[in-house]
Design a protein around this ligand. Structure first.
Ligand code: BGP
Length: 466
């Protein structure tokens, strides 16, 4: 492939605190919503008791092993690492007046280590977790007060790391709240549409308040939103299918519309009215929402189809976005449909819609890897997946889309979000730990490690087209 990627394009990987760090009560950290989901975001919510265990309590022990892991990322040539800050390390219950110094100090060490290797941090403020204290005592994002707690947290970390971190994201996959309200906004699963959208509204206001604070505190910084790029195609060309698809794409684009444009789109006003949902939106909220993001970031793993045919729809329902399988695409071992061209389509769609720079902050293949007797891991399927997606990123850039960078999901094996599995591996680096928590936590380079290293070194020239 010809060299489509500019010098300043950021290459790297993305991880999230609750999926890698472990040390779930260390140095004063409080319990987060993630700590109550030992079986992942689709599993039950479990109250924690002294002496109990969950796979994420240790995760891959990044809290203690980050220097070794960052050295491996540097060896691959990473110029960027997306991490998240665990809010509960900074404000353990969420409502304290003063931050927890030991938590702040940890991220100082982490960012210093990245700086040693010239790796630019891209930091998510909230990745699928919030202080459980805010859920228990205030009702999570259902309460307007949470906007203030979050803004205090955001301002605290912006002030503290203003010389170390210039690139920020607000909420990971903010549109996920519609599907998993506990993970997204700290509300029970059985919450009504009105309650969920009110909580989402509070979160959107908080996101905009963070954008405003960032611009004040770090004038040379940039902050983006983060969407689950749930690209949907009509199952057929029947206008009813096309219309249903437009509506479902708007379910998630709505978040981007508010965060990038600064106001609620008209289709949403109609939708909420027809659902009988009357949101409490103050004048001050409207003012705050006008602080729009500098760039759009998103995750992309798969695409899906939509049909207006309810009977067919019901038959095929099953996964989180209610996608109907696309007969033209193959699936991963976890049933996620693989669609590299979808990434080009999505990049163009978001660029056409927002005209703001884009950042692919998650993409990758979760697969079972085999550790050979000689210690090698030959993950050609992962190389293929990533190669094909990166080729399409190059195509989108040729189309004129402005892309800031690409951080593949899980550059080191980590605990999966959906089911808290370790056997669902995404990494270039293998971690010796299984779903039961057995293993030495030793790290090993997979075949894809050298492959990615070469892709970065050659700025994409080594990618192969079909
Ligand atoms: C995204 C999340 C990540 C990550 C990824 C892969 O939705 O932002 O946290 O885990 O999906 O999903 P999983 O871990 O379930 O395979």
């Amino acid at each position: 492939m010809k060299n489509a990627f500019p010098q300043e394009f950021l290459w790297g990987g993305a991880i999230a605190a609750n999926q890698v760090e472990g040390a779930y009560l260390t140095d004063g950290k409080g319990l987060s919503t993630s700590d109550l989901q030992p079986h992942g975001i689709f599993g039950e919510i479990v109250e924690r008791h002294e002496g109990d265990h969950g796979i994420k309590d240790v995760a891959i022990d990044f809290y203690h092993r980050y220097p070794e892991d960052i050295a491996l990322f540097a060896e691959m040539g990473f110029t960027c690492l997306r991490v998240s800050i665990a809010w509960t390390r900074i404000f353990p219950q969420g409502d304290e007046a003063e931050p927890n110094e030991a938590g702040l100090a940890f991220y100082d060490r982490l960012f210093d280590e990245l700086a040693t290797h010239n790796i630019t941090p891209l930091v998510t403020l909230s990745h699928y977790e919030m202080p459980y204290g805010l859920v228990k005592n205030y009702g999570g994002w259902g309460s307007r007060k949470t906007i203030g707690f979050f803004t205090r947290y955001a301002r605290t970390v912006f002030e503290r790391y203003r010389h170390k971190v210039k690139l920020w994201l607000t909420f990971n996959e903010i549109n996920m709240a519609l599907h998993e309200p506990f993970t997204g906004v700290g509300l029970p699963k059985e919450s009504s549409k009105g309650e969920i959208y009110q909580a989402i509204h509070h979160q959107l206001v908080a996101s905009a308040a963070a954008v405003k604070a960032l611009h004040e505190i770090i004038p040379d910084g940039r902050i983006g939103n983060m969407l689950l790029g749930g690209l949907l195609y009509p199952l057929s060309c029947a206008p009813a299918d096309v219309l249903a698809t437009q509506r479902q794409n708007r379910d998630w684009l709505f978040f981007g519309d508010v965060q990038a444009r600064g106001y609620y789109p008209s289709y949403m006003t109609r939708y909420l009215r027809e659902q009988g949902v009357a949101l409490e939106i103050t004048e001050e909220d409207r003012e705050t929402l006008k602080s729009t993001v500098d760039f759009i970031s998103f995750s992309y793993y798969m695409s899906g189809c939509v049909t207006a045919d309810e009977a067919l729809n019901q038959q095929m329902r099953g996964n989180i976005l209610n996608m109907v399988p696309n007969p033209h695409l193959a699936s991963s071992e976890w049933g996620w449909q693989i669609d590299p061209e979808g990434l080009r389509i999505l990049l163009n769609m978001l660029w056409d819609r927002y005209q703001k720079p884009l950042f692919i902050v998650e993409n990758g293949l979760g697969a079972k890897d085999k550790l050979e007797a000689d210690g090698s891991i030959n993950d050609d399927y992962r190389i293929q997946y990533l190669n094909d997606h990166l080729v399409q990123v190059g195509e989108a850039m040729e189309d004129g889309v402005e892309v800031l960078g690409y951080t593949s999901w899980g550059p080191i094996d980590l605990v999966s979000a959906s089911k808290a599995e370790l056997s669902k591996r995404y990494g270039f680096i293998y971690v010796d730990r299984d779903d039961n928590g057995e293993g030495t936590l030793t790290r090993r380079r997979k075949k894809s490690f050298n492959w990615y290293q070469e892709v970065i070194r050659s700025r994409g020239a080594s990618l192969t087209r079909k």
